[in-house]
Ligand binder design. Structure first.
Ligand SMILES: *Cc1c(COP(=O)(O)O)cnc(C)c1O
Length: 390
């Protein structure tokens, strides 16, 4: 059988480590910090990488290898490396590839800690970032300079749920010889595979929909062999490795990713349709609603609309706070992509340290509410939102 031709779900379920002498059906957990060598020659050949094998779990471990192999198949990538968190993946990917004096062009709406890397930490090493406005993709090229090395975006974005044309980014990266990196956390490889549009690397917070059950932190970067090699060597020396236990959990999670994401999206579309029709909702953004400004692009590059909805409640910051206080079933939590529906009000919580003007610059208005739709009975979720909006 040609395993390369297997479908997405089969790859997610049947990509696994070889069985041990115990013939276990489900892959066991390998909690071991190091691995032994047969003799001096075996040890020498392993360290010079003539042999591909596990040496020490900071470099590789059977469970992290299985997790990475699966996600590579699902994203259509050549290679990857797994990290302790999504931010370890984002940070290590940039740090491995950039030199002092390099420049990044990024979409203006990025995850809060990624924004902090660009604005607070990378400038310490003379690495500057220019933001392009996601609503003005025609301006992207004007930000590219001779020292620009990386083009970066998330799609859909957090927390605004905007959609960025990945084919356009792929074309621009190719034309200007840039490394295109996409944070695919909100969509997962089930919904979109950025490598098909020209991305060289895809990063994930596996903490979100990949785990999907709010249990463990994790991250992963996948992409072309040569770039992953640089990221691997950097990470093997700096130590952001994913723990074998978390890798084991996440590898099992991937087996159910397709069915979970399918249901998340089915529920999210119903919740979005309910919110769109509600009189106390000013505006709403969900990629698969016709009212979404980038609906056509979303339909072109996404299989489903995802599970995140952003909406603007009438009455600004006070109405947003009151809405959260009235929520009964859903959770007020800082996570997304959990089985449990989560509601947040970025202006008074995650982004409260930014001025109102800076909040607006990253797409956060005072009444913006973000919902990560879970897997509960969708009528119960809608009923809770309905009573809180009243
Ligand atoms: C959560 C998140 C991250 C960071 O992931 P952690 O696992 O929390 O470190 C990065 N990017 C996006 C889009 C996220 O939502």
């Amino acid at each position: 059988m040609n395993t390369e031709e297997f479908g997405f779900e089969t790859q997610a379920i049947r990509t696994q480590l070889e069985r041990t002498q115990y013939l276990e059906h489900s892959v066991p957990l390998y909690l071991s910090s190091s691995f032994v060598f047969e003799d001096a020659e075996d040890m020498r050949a392993s360290f010079t990488e003539e042999k591909e094998r596990n040496i020490y779990s900071r470099f590789s471990n059977p469970n992290t290898t299985e997790f990475v192999d699966k996600i590579c198949k699902m994203e259509g990538a050549e290679a990857g490396y797994a990290f302790a968190t999504g931010m370890a993946a984002v940070y290590s990917t940039f740090a491995a590839l950039l030199n002092a004096g390099d420049h990044i062009v990024s979409a203006s709406s990025v995850f809060g800690s990624t924004h902090a890397l660009f604005m607070t930490y990378f400038p310490k090493w003379n690495i500057e970032t220019s933001y392009f406005d996601i609503n003005k993709p025609e301006t992207i090229e004007s930000f590219i300079k001779p020292n620009t090395k990386i083009l970066y975006a998330e799609s859909p974005t957090n927390p605004g749920v905007d959609v960025i044309d990945m084919q356009l980014l792929g074309d621009i990266a190719k034309k200007h010889n840039l490394i295109l990196i996409i944070d695919n956390c909100f969509a997962t490889p089930y919904i979109q595979q950025p490598i098909k549009f020209g991305a060289h690397l895809v990063v994930h917070s596996a903490t979100k929909l990949i785990d999907g059950q709010g249990r463990v932190l994790g991250g992963v970067t996948v992409g072309s062999e040569d770039l992953i090699r640089q990221i691997y060597l950097f990470s093997r020396n700096t130590g952001p490795a994913l723990s074998p236990f978390n890798a084991w959990v996440l590898s099992k999670s991937l087996e159910t990713l397709a069915v979970r994401v399918e249901k998340h999206c089915e529920n999210a579309l119903k919740v979005a349709e309910f919110l769109e029709a509600h009189p106390n909702v000013n505006s709403i953004k969900y990629p698969f609603l016709k009212s979404h400004p980038q609906y056509e692009i979303a339909k072109k590059q996404m299989k489903l609309g995802g599970n995140i909805i952003a909406f603007e409640i009438k009455g600004g910051i006070e109405a947003g706070r009151k809405f959260l206080n009235n929520i009964k079933l859903c959770s007020l939590s800082a996570n997304i992509g959990d089985t449990r529906t989560i509601v947040t009000h970025p202006a008074s919580t995650t982004h409260s340290k930014l001025s109102e003007q800076d909040q607006l610059a990253v797409g956060i208005t005072q009444g913006l509410v973000r919902v990560s739709v879970g897997l509960e009975t969708v009528e119960d979720v809608i009923a809770d939102l309905k009573q809180a909006l009243a």
